[in-house]
Design a binder for this molecule. Structure first.
Ligand SMILES: *[C@@H]1O[C@H](CO)[C@@H](O)[C@H](O)[C@H]1NC(C)=O
Ligand SMILES: *[C@@H]1O[C@H](CO)[C@@H](O)[C@H](O)[C@H]1NC(C)=O
Ligand SMILES: *[C@@H]1O[C@H](CO)[C@@H](O)[C@H](O)[C@H]1NC(C)=O
Ligand SMILES: *[C@@H]1O[C@H](CO)[C@@H](O)[C@H](O)[C@H]1NC(C)=O
Ligand SMILES: *[C@@H]1O[C@H](CO)[C@@H](O)[C@H](O)[C@H]1NC(C)=O
Ligand SMILES: *[C@@H]1O[C@H](CO)[C@@H](O)[C@H](O)[C@H]1NC(C)=O
Ligand SMILES: *[C@@H]1O[C@H](CO)[C@@H](O)[C@H](O)[C@H]1NC(C)=O
Ligand SMILES: *[C@@H]1O[C@H](CO)[C@@H](O)[C@H](O)[C@H]1NC(C)=O
Ligand SMILES: *[C@@H]1O[C@H](CO)[C@@H](O)[C@H](O)[C@H]1NC(C)=O
Ligand SMILES: *[C@@H]1O[C@H](CO)[C@@H](O)[C@H](O)[C@H]1NC(C)=O
Ligand SMILES: *[C@@H]1O[C@H](CO)[C@@H](O)[C@H](O)[C@H]1NC(C)=O
Ligand SMILES: *[C@@H]1O[C@H](CO)[C@@H](O)[C@H](O)[C@H]1NC(C)=O
Length: 827
C-alpha cells in the first residue's frame, strides 16, 4: 500500500471535556413509544408520577390506556387496585420501592402492551401471561439471578425485554430457556456490574434475537465475553451494544473481540460509557476492520493514549466493509489532541463519519475533507467556527468530493453570508445543518444551486430570514428562530419548497393567500396560532403532512372547519397535542372532543335553514294577520297615534276656547238609522254633547246657516260618510267651505267616519276638497265585526276628547287590552 497516501493528523491545541446530555438506554424513548402504541385519546393518558402516593389512586377512569404512577412510594400492587382498568395498555411503576406484586394484578389488564417496573426493590420476576405484551422492563431490581419464569414462554408478542439487577452477577445455562420460541427482538441485559459467571450456551437459546445491549463488564475473566460472543453468533443478532464494558479500573488483556472477525451476521457495534486505551483501540480496530461490520460507534468514551506514539493504525490488506464511524462524546483523558497516524486506505470507503462532542475546534487539513466516498459528515456539538472549519492554513481545493450532508449544528458559527459563499466549494452538498449556532443575518447570501436543504433551527434570526434564503431550497427548518409573522411575500419565492418547519416560533396567523405549490409537509406546532382555516391550506395542493399541535386553539366556530372538515390523516400529532385555549370555559379540553354543530357555524347554512323558516313564519303571521284583520287593527292604531300627536300640539289652544257641543254630526238621511241607534247613544252615553242636525237645527233657518252655527259652536265636526252622503249632502258643504274658508283651513276639527267603503276613484271629480281631505285626514271606518267596534268607539272618543289626554289614553288602552285576548284566543 502506498504510504504517500497515508496521512498524519498531528494536531495540538486546546481540548474541552464535553459532557454529553443524557443518552440513557431505554427510558424516555419507551414512554414516547408507549404513547404511540397505546394512546388514542387524551383522556386515556393518566400521569400520577411524583405525587408522593403511597397507593395506587382508587378513582382512575376505566378509559385509562396509559398509566404512569412512577416516582411514588407504592410498595405493593394487588389486583383490587386495577379492577375495571380493562383498557390499560401502558403501565409504568418505576422508582416506587415496589416489593410485592400479587399474582392476580395482571389478570385485570388483558391488553397491556408496555410494562415498566424497573428501578424497584423486586426480589423476583413476576409471572406474566400477557398475550399482547410487547415491551417489558424489569431492570434495576434486586433479584439475584436472570432465570425467567416459565410463564414467559407465553409472551409470544414480546419484542423488547430489559433485565438487570446489581445482585445478579451470574448467568446460568437455563436462565433464558422460556424465550426459546419467543421472537424477542431486543434484549437489554445487566445492571452495569461485573459478571462473575457466564455459562456458555445461555444466550444462544434466544435464537431469534436481533439486537443485544449488554450492560456489564468482564474485567476479571474476558473468556466470558468471548463465550458470550460465540453464543450470539448462534442467534440472529446483527447489532451489538456494550455499555460500560471497560470501566476505568479495568485492565484489558488479550483480544476479547477476536471472534468479531468471523461473526458473519454482525453489522453494527457500539461501545458506550466506557474507557478506551489507544493500545486497546488498535487491537479492537484490527478486529473490526477484518470483520463484516458496517458500522462502528463510540458513545461517551474516555480516550487514554497509553501508547507513546499515539494511535497508530497502518496496514490494510483485505476488502473493507466498514462504511460508518461514529464518535459521539469523547473525553480526552490526557487533555490534549489525540495523535492519530492512520492509513488513509483504512477509511477510504467511509460514507458516514460523525465526530460529535469531541471538543474539535479545528478541522484537520486534507484528512476528512479528502475522504473520497464520504457523503455524510456530522461535526455537531463541537467548538468549530468559520475560521476553525475553513482553517486559513489549509488549502481546500480538494474539499469533500462527494459530500451530500453536512451538520455543523451546535458549534460557534456566526456569519450566514460567509458560509453561503463557502458552500460554493462543496460542489455536491445538498443539505446543511446550521442549527443551534449563533448565526446572524450579516449581509446578502448567495447559495449554490445544488444546496436544497437548510436548517437554521435555534438561531435568533427574526422575520427577515426569508430574504436570505435561496429559491432552490426544498427543505427549510426555521424552528425556534424568533419569527413572529409570515407573509405571503416571504414564501412566494420558494417554488420548489417541499418541507417547511416553523415550529416553536411566535406566529399568530398564517397568511390566507399562501401559495407554495410543491409543499408536502408543513410544521407550525408550538406557535401562537388560534385556528387553522380552509383558505390557508387551499394554496398548498400537495400537502400530505401537517404538524400543528401545541398551539393555543380557540374552540369556537373559527375551528369548526378544522375539527370537522379537515382530513386528520395529514396530522402527525393529532389528537394528543391539540387542546383548546379559549374560551376559558373550554381551556385544556382536547380539540378532538370539541363538538359544535354545523348549523351554528356555517353562515350559508344558517341562511339556508333560516330563510325557509322566516318565510314560513312570515306566511303564517300574514295569514293570521289577514284572518284576524290585523290590517284593520294596525290602521286604527295608526289613526290613534296620529290623533295623539296632533292632540299634543293643540292642547293649549283648545283649553282656552269653550264650545256648546263636543261635536256636530253631519249625515245623510239614509244613514239616520245607524246614527240614531249607534252613534248618538254611544257618544252621549259617554258624556259627549252632540249637535245632530235634525234635532238641534233651528227650524226655518237656511240649512247652510244652521250648519255654520252648529259647526261654530262645536269642538269637532263629525261627518258620517257613505255613498248617499257624498251624493246628496256634500254639495252643502262645498258651499259651506266656499263661504267659510277660515274654518275649512282648520281641517283638524273634522272627523270622518266611513260607514261603508268609498273608493276614491268613485268620488265625482268636482269634489276635490273631499278627496284631499280624505287623503290627508285620518278617518275611521265603521267595522261590522263587534269586537272591532269597541276599538272604533275608543278611537272616536279619543278624537273628540283630544284635550283630555290621560282619559283617552286609558280608554284606548282598555279597549285594546279588551280586544287583544279575543284575537289571540282565536289564534
Ligand atoms: C412530596 O414530598 C416532598 C418532600 O416531603 C415535597 O417536597 C414535595 O412537594 C411533595 N410532592 C407532592 C406532589 O406532594
Ligand atoms: C366505564 O364505566 C362506565 C360507567 O361506570 C361504563 O358505562 C362504561 O361502559 C365503562 N367503560 C369500559 C370500557 O369499561
Ligand atoms: C391491596 O392493597 C391495599 C393497599 O395497597 C390494601 O389495603 C388491600 O387490602 C390489598 N388487597 C388485597 C386483596 O391484598
Ligand atoms: C401458557 O398458555 C397456555 C394456554 O394459554 C397454558 O395452558 C399454559 O399453562 C401456559 N404456560 C405457562 C407456563 O404459564
Ligand atoms: C420450543 O419449540 C420446540 C419445537 O416447536 C419445542 O420442542 C420446545 O419445547 C419449545 N420450547 C419452549 C420453551 O416452549
Ligand atoms: C474464566 O471463565 C471461563 C468460563 O467461564 C472459565 O472456564 C475459566 O476458568 C475462567 N478463568 C478464570 C481465571 O477464572
Ligand atoms: C446499524 O447502524 C445503521 C447506521 O447507524 C442503522 O441504520 C442500522 O439500522 C443499524 N442496524 C442494526 C441492526 O441495528
Ligand atoms: C488503560 O491504560 C492504563 C495505563 O495507562 C491502565 O492502567 C488501564 O487499566 C487501561 N485500561 C484499559 C481499559 O485498558
Ligand atoms: C459464526 O457463525 C458462522 C456461521 O453461521 C461461522 O461460519 C463462524 O465460524 C462463526 N464464528 C464463530 C466465531 O464461531
Ligand atoms: C459517560 O460515561 C461515564 C463512564 O465512562 C459515566 O459515568 C457517565 O455517566 C456517562 N455519561 C452519560 C451522559 O451517559
Ligand atoms: C496481504 O496478506 C497476504 C496474506 O494474508 C499476504 O500474502 C500479502 O503479501 C499481503 N499483501 C500486502 C500488500 O501486505
Ligand atoms: C506514521 O506511520 C508511519 C508508517 O508506520 C511512520 O513512518 C511515521 O513515522 C508515523 N508518524 C508518526 C508521527 O508517528
Amino acid at each position: 500500500m502506498s504510504m504517500e497516501r497515508g496521512c498524519v493528523a498531528l494536531l495540538t491545541g486546546t481540548i474541552a471535556i464535553v459532557l454529553l446530555s443524557n443518552t440513557d438506554c431505554t427510558a424516555g424513548k419507551q414512554d414516547g413509544l408507549g404513547i404511540k402504541l397505546c394512546v388514542t385519546t387524551r383522556r386515556g393518558l393518566k400521569d400520577f408520577s411524583y405525587q408522593n402516593l403511597t397507593d395506587v389512586p382508587s378513582d382512575i377512569s376505566n378509559e385509562t390506556q396509559y398509566l404512569d404512577i412512577s416516582h411514588n412510594f407504592i410498595c405493593r400492587l394487588n389486583g383490587t387496585q386495577f379492577v375495571g382498568l380493562s383498557q390499560l395498555c401502558f403501565l409504568k411503576v418505576t422508582h416506587c420501592g415496589l416489593r410485592e406484586i400479587s399474582s392476580d394484578v395482571f389478570d385485570h389488564m388483558p391488553v397491556l402492551k408496555v410494562l415498566d417496573i424497573s428501578f424497584n426493590d423486586l426480589s423476583f420476576k413476576p409471572d406474566l401471561s400477557l398475550k399482547q405484551l410487547k415491551i417489558l422492563d424489569l431492570s434495576n431490581n434486586l433479584y439475584n439471578s436472570y432465570r425467567l419464569p416459565s410463564s414467559y414462554q407465553n409472551l409470544t408478542k414480546l419484542e423488547t425485554l430489559s433485565l438487570g439487577s446489581t445482585a445478579a452477577a451470574m448467568v446460568s445455562y437455563d436462565d433464558f430457556e422460556p424465550l426459546t420460541n419467543v421472537s424477542l427482538h431486543h434484549l437489554i441485559l445487566g445492571a452495569g456490574t461485573q459478571w462473575r459467571k457466564y455459562d456458555s450456551g445461555a444466550l444462544a437459546k434466544i435464537r431469534m434475537l436481533q439486537k443485544i445491549s449488554l450492560h456489564a463488564s468482564f474485567c476479571k475473566n474476558f473468556t466470558m465475553l468471548e463465550n458470550l460472543l460465540l453464543d450470539l453468533n448462534k442467534t440472529q443478532v446483527k447489532s451489538l451494544r456494550f455499555i460500560t464494558v471497560f470501566p476505568n479500573d479495568c485492565h484489558v488483556s488479550g483480544d476479547p473481540f477476536r471472534h468479531l472477525r468471523t461473526m458473519t451476521l454482525i453489522e453494527n457495534i457500539t461501545l458506550e460509557n466506557t474507557w478506551i486505551n489507544s493500545s486497546f483501540l488498535e487491537v479492537l480496530l484490527k478486529d473490526v476492520w477484518l470483520s463484516p461490520l458496517h458500522d462502528l460507534s463510540f458513545v461517551n468514551i474516555t480516550y487514554n493514549e497509553d501508547t507513546p506514539d499515539g494511535f497508530q493504525f497502518h496496514t490494510i490488506n483485505h476488502t473493507i466493509n466498514l462504511f460508518s464511524i461514529t464518535f459521539n462524546g469523547v473525553n480526552h483523558y490526557q487533555y490534549k489532541y489525540p495523535t492519530i497516524n492512520m492509513s488513509f486506505e483504512a477509511i477510504s470507503k467511509l460514507t458516514y463519519l460523525k465526530f460529535s462532542g469531541t471538543g474539535m475546534n479545528i478541522l484537520p487539513c486534507k484528512v476528512i475533507s479528502a475522504l473520497p466516498s464520504l457523503e455524510t459528515l456530522d461535526l455537531s456539538d463541537n467548538l468549530l467556527s468559520e475560521s476553525g472549519f475553513w482553517w486559513p492554513l489549509c488549502s481546500h481545493s480538494s474539499a469533500f468530493p462527494k459530500l451530500k450532508q453536512l451538520s455543523l449544528s451546535k458549534n460557534r458559527f456566526i456569519s450566514l453570508s460567509f458560509i453561503s459563499q463557502k458552500m460554493k466549494d462543496m460542489k455536491t452538498l445538498r443539505c446543511l445543518d446550521l442549527s443551534f449556532n449563533s448565526i446572524v443575518l450579516d449581509g446578502g447570501c448567495s447559495w449554490p444551486q445544488q444546496l436544497t436543504e437548510l436548517s437554521l433551527e435555534s438561531n435568533n434570526l427574526g422575520n427577515d430570514v426569508f430574504k436570505y434564503l435561496s429559491s432552490n431550497f426544498e427543505r427549510i427548518n426555521l424552528s425556534k428562530t424568533g419569527i413572529t409573522a409570515v407573509t405571503q411575500d416571504d414564501l412566494s419565492q420558494f417554488k420548489k419548497l417541499k418541507h417547511l418547519i416553523l415550529s416553536s416560533n411566535s406566529i399568530q396567523v398564517l397568511p390566507e393567500d399562501l401559495n407554495v405549490p410543491n409543499l408536502e409537509s408543513l410544521y407550525f406546532d408550538q406557535n401562537a396560532i388560534t385556528s387553522i382555516s380552509k383558505e390557508v391550506l387551499a394554496g398548498l395542493p400537495r400537502l400530505n403532512t401537517l404538524r400543528a399541535g401545541s398551539n393555543p386553539f380557540s374552540c369556537s366556530c373559527e375551528s369548526y372547519w378544522f375539527v370537522s372538515g379537515f382530513n386528520k390523516s395529514l396530522l402527525v400529532d393529532w389528537p394528543l397535542d391539540y387542546t383548546c385555549n379559549t374560551p376559558p370555559s373550554l381551556a385544556g379540553r382536547s380539540l378532538s372532543e370539541y363538538k359544535t354543530s354545523k348549523l351554528s357555524c356555517e353562515a350559508w347554512l344558517q341562511v339556508a335553514v333560516a330563510l325557509p323558516t322566516v318565510i314560513v313564519v312570515s306566511a303564517a303571521i300574514s295569514l293570521l294577520f289577514y284572518k284576524y284583520d290585523g290590517i284593520w287593527y294596525t290602521k286604527m292604531l295608526w289613526v290613534w297615534i296620529r290623533v295623539k300627536r296632533r292632540g299634543k300640539q293643540r292642547c293649549n289652544e283648545l283649553n282656552s276656547v269653550t264650545f256648546c257641543y263636543h261635536a256636530f254630526i253631519s249625515y245623510s238621511h239614509q244613514d239616520s238609522d245607524w246614527v240614531d241607534s249607534q252613534l248618538v247613544p254611544s257618544l252621549e252615553g259617554a258624556g259627549f254633547s252632540l249637535c245632530v242636525h235634525e234635532r238641534d237645527f233651528v227650524p226655518g233657518e237656511w240649512i247652510i246657516d244652521n250648519i255654520i252655527n252648529c259647526v261654530e259652536s262645536s269642538y269637532k265636526t263629525l261627518f258620517v260618510l257613505s255613498k248617499h252622503f257624498v251624493q246628496s249632502e256634500w254639495c252643502n258643504y262645498e258651499l259651506f267651505f266656499a263661504q267659510h274658508r277660515s274654518i275649512s283651513v282648520q281641517s283638524d276639527s273634522m272627523v270622518f267616519i266611513l260607514l261603508e267603503p268609498i273608493p276614491m276613484d268613485s268620488l265625482p271629480k268636482k269634489f276635490l276638497k273631499l278627496r284631499s281631505l280624505l287623503r290627508q285626514q285620518t278617518y275611521l271606518e265603521w267595522p261590522s265585526d263587534e269586537r272591532k267596534q269597541k276599538f272604533f268607539w275608543a278611537n272616536l272618543k279619543a278624537m273628540l276628547k283630544m284635550a283630555d289626554k290621560s282619559v283617552v289614553l286609558k280608554e284606548v288602552a282598555q279597549a285594546i287590552s279588551d280586544t287583544l285576548p279575543l284575537v289571540t284566543d282565536q289564534v
